[in-house]
Design a protein around this ligand. Structure first.
Ligand SMILES: CC(C)(COP(=O)(O)OP(=O)(O)OC[C@H]1O[C@@H](n2cnc3c(N)ncnc32)[C@H](O)[C@@H]1OP(=O)(O)O)[C@@H](O)C(=O)NCCC(=O)NCCS
Length: 210
C-alpha cells in the first residue's frame, strides 16, 4: 500500500538519496559522476528548499518509492540556479566536496561546460518537472499517480503548460511521456554521457499545454 502526498522537511535526505540513486537514466549517479553531493546541492536543493510546494512524494511502509520535483515558473528556477551553481562550483573548486577531481567527474564537467543546446521558446510551457521512482517499484503505477497529482495542481493554478527534459537513454520514460500527452519539442545529439554510455545520445525536451 502506498500513498501520494506533499513533501515534508523530514523527507529531505530520502529525496536526495533517491535523486542520486536514479540520476544516470534511473541508475546511480556514480556511473558518470563521483561527486554526488555537488550534483544534489546544484540541482536538487531548489526543489526541496524553495519550490517544495510542488514536490510530490510516493510513500509506503518501506519508505520513499518515488518523487516528482516540480516548479511552476522555470524562469525563477533558472535565476536561482545560476547564482546557486556559482556557489557550489566555488565550494567544489576549494576542495569542500569529495569526488570532484576524479577522471570520471572531470570528464563530465568538461563536457557539461561545453554543452550547447539550441534555444527554445518555452513561454507556453512555464512549468517543468523531474520524476524518478525506485528501481524495485517501477511499472506499478507510482509514476502515473505522481504525474496526475502535479498536473492537477498546475491546472488548478491555471498554469498554461509544462515541459521536461529527458533523453533517448530513458527508454521507458520517453514513450510514456508521449502516451501521457507530451509532445516532443526538441532533440539535440550530445556526447555528454560518452564516459558512461559509450555513444552519442539525444537530449529530448517535451512539452504539454494544460
Ligand atoms: C519513468 C518512471 C518515472 C515512471 O515511473 P513508474 O512508477 O515506473 O510509472 P508507472 O508504473 O506509472 O508506469 C509508467 C509506464 O511505464 C511502463 N513501465 C514502467 N516500468 C517499466 C518496466 N520496468 N518495463 C516496462 N515498462 C515499464 C509502464 O508499463 C507504464 O506504461 P503504460 O502507461 O503504457 O502502462 C520510472 O520508470 C523511472 O524512474 N524510470 C527510471 C528513471 C527515469 O527514466 N526517469 C525519468 C527521468 S526524465
Amino acid at each position: 500500500m502506498w500513498t501520494i502526498r506533499r513533501y515534508q522537511p523530514s523527507d529531505r535526505s530520502a529525496v536526495r538519496q533517491l535523486a542520486g540513486d536514479t540520476a544516470h537514466f534511473g541508475e546511480p549517479i556514480e556511473r558518470f559522476f563521483d561527486a554526488r553531493e555537488v550534483f544534489l546541492d546544484a540541482f536538487a536543493t531548489y526543489y526541496t528548499d524553495v519550490a517544495f510546494n510542488y514536490l510530490w512524494m510516493a510513500h509506503a511502509e518501506d519508505g520513499l518509492l518515488g518523487y516528482l520535483m516540480g516548479c511552476p515558473d522555470t524562469r525563477s528556477q533558472y535565476l536561482w540556479f545560476r547564482s546557486n551553481v556559482t556557489r557550489v562550483a566555488w565550494r567544489a573548486a576549494t576542495l569542500r566536496y569529495p569526488g570532484v577531481f576524479t577522471r570520471k567527474s572531470l570528464a563530465y564537467i568538461w563536457r557539461y561546460a561545453r554543452l550547447r543546446v539550441p534555444s527554445l521558446d518555452l513561454a507556453p510551457y512555464p512549468a517543468h518537472l523531474h520524476i524518478n521512482t525506485r528501481v524495485d517499484r517501477r511499472g506499478q503505477g507510482v509514476g502515473t499517480a505522481l504525474m496526475r497529482a502535479y498536473l492537477d495542481q498546475l491546472r488548478n493554478e491555471n498554469v498554461p503548460g509544462v515541459h521536461l527534459e529527458t533523453s533517448s537513454e530513458n527508454k521507458i520514460a520517453a514513450p510514456w511521456y508521449e502516451k501521457l500527452g507530451f509532445q516532443l519539442l526538441q532533440r539535440t545529439p550530445t556526447n555528454l554521457y560518452q564516459y558512461s554510455v559509450g555513444h552519442t545520445i539525444d537530449l529530448l525536451v517535451y512539452g504539454m499545454r494544460l
